[in-house]
Design a protein. Structure first.
Length: 109
């Protein structure tokens, strides 16, 4: 999480358009990662929960559609590869224990 503390506690966090553009580029790249059982990509399925951008590393927090998804290893590697193609540095993919809710599918960032 980014520290947005300033001297003026009521000041809003500043918007960084370059950072947002990178986040959107990662999400766009992740649209090529498809869950083979469902036939939808990880962005459409709302499996990508958070992207934490860093200068030398990035972390993507995601969930799976089922706890014992047989394609988990492949999908995680594809998420890592697609994101690294955008940011050109190491990307760590962290699986969260959160359960997927199919009602979230189709909601976009």
């Amino acid at each position: 999480m980014t520290d947005t503390t300033t001297d003026n506690a009521s000041a809003p966090a500043s918007f960084d358009p370059e950072r947002r553009a990178t986040e959107l580029a990662i999400l766009d790249a992740l649209r090529s990662v498809v869950d083979p059982e469902i036939g939808m990509n990880v962005v459409e399925l709302a499996l990508i929960k958070q992207i934490i951008l860093g200068k030398d590393s990035t972390e993507i927090k995601m969930i799976l559609t089922t706890p014992f998804c047989p394609y988990a290893g492949s999908m995680i590697q594809q998420v890592k590869d697609q994101a690294e193609a955008v940011v050109e540095h190491d990307v760590k993919v962290t699986l969260l224990a959160e359960r997927w809710d199919p009602r979230d599918a189709g909601l976009m960032w």
